[in-house]
Structure formats: structure tokens, C-alpha cells
Design a protein around this ligand. Structure first.
Ligand code: DP6
Length: 335
């Protein structure tokens, strides 16, 4: 890590969708997860964040999508800035301006793109030159999934085994061009409830109370190996059932958490059933569903099947909007 003078920097970072979910920390202080996770970095969607450190400011100013942030969202940005200030041995307050080119409340992992962009902009503004690995290690303190948004394409965040987290880091498995025919059809559903509990807290409740969490952890190494291999071979027939199995496992540990975590709406559940029936009708896995801690669905399919799948799913009552995304590049400094 090198330092040099600078005051302001802008960084753009994409969201990602997890094929293998991060859900639960083995060490919260160090932000080390129980299990490794794998995601696809998405193209077109971006958080763009500018950070300017100003010696004259008496407090941090945080503007998210044009509005001054308060409460929880502001606090988590300030906490993150404190960490960066400590690394750089500075005390100056900062102005943070961040904008998403997609609706924040749409549940499209704005915290992943947001904290990856904040990490990139804040460190660059202080003249720090971090490697992708260092940036990712920092970003995960804002939001675990942000560790993966630094990189493009297919990304693995390895949990590692060392107690100090020395072997816990994210890296790109394959670049965005590895599998150009893979598409992510995003289905935005109406009346998606706003997340009541932050994922960081919700996942710890799962660890503490879900009777099926231990089984999930035991199954994951095998599933991860198979998912990695299916991505490597660009084999949709192998990948799609595994992606749905993983999503079902994630949903199961959420639903068996006490109190239960239910992220889906009636429309989301109808969409899961419809994807299963598309695959049954075709006699092969044409599509795979997944979702994060929210009601919107991501449907993986191949470009040649996408129009058909889109037609069948977008007509369901309660589907508000669809977007066709692809694996995309990771974060980058702007200007
Ligand atoms: C279900 O630590 O990224 O999306 O900051 O609330 O988004 P938020 O939580 P974060 O946990 C993400 C959990 C997940 C699965 C995943 O992306 O791996």
C-alpha cells in the first residue's frame, strides 16, 4: 500500500448476485464468513461514489442518490470512513456522494456495489494505492458481498481456515468474457417488502437458531466444488440445478430461523414454481432461479432461451419489470 497526496476520488462498482450465498460469520470483528461464496458480477448496473476529504468539515456528510443520509445508512458509511481514516492515519472529515443507476430499494444488492465503490473512492482520495485483493478485504467490512463486487466476472470469496483471516479473500475465478451466453434475467416484483432486519444481523440469527444451518455448512464444500467446475466447463445443465439447490438451502435456513426470515412475496413464490415447470416441460434445466435477502428473482438462462423464458415469467401477475443482465467487469476508478 502506497500513499500520496490527493483529496477527491470517484470509483464505480457493480452489484453481484451470489450463486453460493454468504450467510453467517465465523468472526464478526474480522468479517470472516463461515463459508466461501461465489457470485457473478453484473454489467450495466453501477454505484458511482465520490469521496472528498476536507480539513474544514466538522462532520462527515453523506449524500445518497441526491438526498442527505441520516440514521443507519449514514452511520454505516461513517463507520466505514473511520476504518479508512485509521488505516491512513488521518482525521479529516469527508463528503461522500453516491448514486446508483438502478433503484436502491429494488433489492439489487446496492450495499455490495455501494461499499465496494466507497472503499475504492475513499482510499484513492487519501492517496492510497490498494491492490484488488486489499480493496476487497477492506470493502467486506461495509458489506460482506461488497468483497466480491471489486472483481469482474465469476468471483469467489474464500472463507479460509486461519483464525486471523489471513487466507480469507476474494478473487476472480473467470473474467466477464468467460461465458458470454449466460444471462441473468432480473424480475422485479411489486410490493416487495423493505428489509426489516439488516442481513448482517439476520444471518447471525440464523447461525444461532436455525436447526438446519449446520447441515447446510456441511453440504457446502461439495456443492461449491461442483459449481466451480460447472462454471469452468460453461455447463448450464450441471450448473442450473446446483444453483437452485443452493438457493433452496439458503431459503430453508432463513425460514427455519427463529423468528422466521421470509423474504419472498406470493409473486416470488409463483415465479419459483414457474421456473420449475419450465424445466419440467423442456425435460432439461433451461433456467435456474436464485434470490438474495429480498423478493426479486434472478433467473439464469442461456441467451438462446432467454426470450422464451422472459415471455413466460414476465407475464405473471405481480411482475413489475424485467432486466436482462450479463457477467460484467469489476470496480474501477473514474477519471
Ligand atoms: C443473501 O453482508 O452483503 O445477499 O449489506 O445487507 O447486503 P447487506 O448484507 P451482506 O450479505 C449478503 C447476503 C446475501 C448473499 C450473498 O450475497 O452472498
Amino acid at each position: 500500500m502506497e500513499r500520496g497526496p490527493r483529496l477527491e476520488a470517484t470509483y464505480e462498482a457493480p452489484p453481484n448476485i451470489a450463486l453460493v450465498k454468504y450467510w453467517g460469520d465465523r468472526d464478526r470483528e474480522r468479517a470472516i464468513p463461515y463459508n466461501s461464496s461465489i457470485s457473478v458480477t453484473l454489467d450495466r448496473l453501477r454505484s458511482r461514489t465520490t469521496v472528498r476529504f476536507e480539513p474544514d468539515l466538522s462532520d462527515d456528510r453523506v449524500v445518497l442518490n441526491g438526498e442527505g443520509a441520516t440514521g443507519g445508512p449514514r452511520d454505516s458509511v461513517v463507520r466505514f470512513l473511520d476504518r479508512v481514516r485509521e488505516m491512513a492515519h488521518v482525521t479529516d472529515r469527508a463528503e461522500v456522494r453516491s448514486r446508483n443507476n438502478f433503484p436502491t430499494a429494488s433489492g439489487l444488492a446496492s450495499s455490495a456495489s455501494g461499499f465496494a465503490a466507497l472503499a475504492g473512492a475513499a482510499t484513492a482520495a487519501l492517496g492510497m494505492t490498494l491492490s484488488g485483493r486489499e480493496l476487497s478485504r477492506l470493502a467486506r467490512f461495509g458489506s460482506g458481498s461488497a468483497s466480491r463486487s471489486v472483481f469482474g466476472g465469476f468471483v469467489e470469496w474464500r472463507a479460509g481456515v486461519r483464525p486471523d483471516g489471513g487466507d480469507c479473500d476474494a478473487r476472480s475465478l473467470y473474467g466477464p468474457g468467460h461465458w458470454p451466453s449466460l444471462v441473468d434475467l432480473v424480475l422485479i416484483v411489486k410490493a416487495a417488502p423493505v428489509k426489516a432486519v439488516r442481513s448482517a444481523d439476520a444471518m447471525q440469527a440464523t447461525v444461532a437458531t436455525s436447526p438446519t444451518y449446520a447441515r447446510r455448512l456441511a453440504e457446502l464444500p461439495g456443492r461449491i466444488r461442483k459449481i466451480r467446475a460447472a462454471i469452468g466447463a460453461r455447463d448450464a445443465r450441471r450448473l442450473f440445478p446446483l444453483v437452485m439447490e443452493e438457493c433452496d438451502s439458503f431459503r430453508d435456513v432463513c425460514e427455519t430461523t427463529r423468528p422466521s426470515l421470509d423474504y419472498l412475496t406470493t409473486t416470488s413464490r409463483a415465479l419459483l414454481a414457474e421456473v420449475r415447470s419450465i424445466n419440467r416441460d423442456a425435460g432439461r434445466p433451461v433456467a435456474a432461479y436464485t434470490h438474495d435477502a429480498g423478493a426479486h428473482l434472478h433467473i439464469f438462462t442461456l441467451a438462446r432461451d432467454a426470450p422464451k423464458v422472459r415471455r413466460r415469467l414476465s407475464g405473471l401477475p405481480g411482475v413489475e419489470r424485467t432486466m436482462l443482465l450479463h457477467p460484467g467487469p469489476g470496480g474501477r476508478l473514474v477519471g
